[in-house]
Design a protein around this ligand. Structure first.
Ligand code: HEM
Length: 236
């Protein structure tokens, strides 16, 4: 009796070619990206610390050459996750369109929320926001970054506050955060389904939990430009 030999690479390729394979890639990379967005928001909330320098101390820790391996490792993993997430999303979009070339005549028949129907454009706008954001606060291409406070210690507090004192910049951030919230709401919920963490009995609760997490992230992020515009957060 001969055992069937399974080629793992061939199996992975065939799995990815099916819609479920792409959904699995989107779910796993989406999970990593949600984790980053949540951790990043918690890090940013240090701007409210009673010690005005707290967020700069945190940034100095991240920029410390001793942590360079960790930082570049995380950046590489994150970038790969973004690339895989977008590639799978685009391929899935075209695969679905090819499978159903004629759209539903009456869209109301499709039981999809507003957030679900807007995934196709909330995703690209959030991606464009991330590029703008990195150019703004990491590269300093949108407006010049404040001088460093010491060796490898960026003045993140001054950079963030000076940026949000511009109402146009703040408005764009708030708009992007609202779209991110919608994208996360549907994304987290779909991720649970793709990873099999769903059961008709828990659907309502999973949807609520996804909404709560997405709204908390939006509130935490939007609070910063709002606090700057209302004068609650000032550089000195
Ligand atoms: C009001 C909300 C936000 C604030 C105040 C903020 C603040 C910052 C700051 C200060 C940096 C530079 C950090 C440093 O050089 O040490 C940064 C980098 C970054 N942020 Fe944000 N951020 C916000 C929202 C977001 C969101 C929603 C995303 C993703 C969807 C995001 C993704 C990134 C990325 C990818 C970087 C580059 C990280 C790196 O250089 O390794 N940020 N952010």
């Amino acid at each position: 009796m001969s055992a069937a030999v399974v080629n793992p690479v061939g199996w992975a390729v065939r799995f990815y070619e099916a819609p479920i394979g792409k959904k699995a890639v989107m779910a796993i990379t989406g999970f990593m990206l949600v984790g980053y967005v949540l951790a990043h928001m918690l890090g940013n909330l240090q701007i409210y610390s009673s010690n005005p320098n707290q967020i700069n101390i945190y940034a100095a820790f991240l920029h410390n050459p001793a942590n360079a391996g960790l930082l570049w490792g995380a950046r590489t993993v994150l970038l790969l996750a973004v690339i895989l997430h977008i590639t799978a999303a685009v391929q899935l979009f075209f695969q679905n369109r090819a499978a159903r070339p004629i759209a539903y005549v009456k869209k109301d028949d499709v039981p999809a929320s507003y957030a679900a129907r807007t995934m196709v454009w909330s995703g690209p706008i959030v991606a464009a926001f991330v590029i703008y954001h990195v150019l703004h606060l990491t590269v300093g291409a949108v407006m010049p970054l404040a001088p460093e406070l010491g060796l490898n210690q960026p003045n993140v507090r001054a950079n963030v506050i000076a940026g949000f004192q511009n109402y146009g910049v703040s408005a764009f951030y708030i708009f992007a955060m609202i779209l991110l919230c919608m994208h996360l709401y549907h994304g987290i919920w779909s991720m649970c389904q793709s990873l099999g963490v769903s059961h008709p009995r828990y659907t309502r609760w999973l949807k609520k939990a996804s909404a709560v997490l997405a709204i908390l992230i939006a509130i935490g992020n939007c609070s910063i430009p709002i606090a700057v515009m209302t004068g609650l957060l000032t550089i000195n």
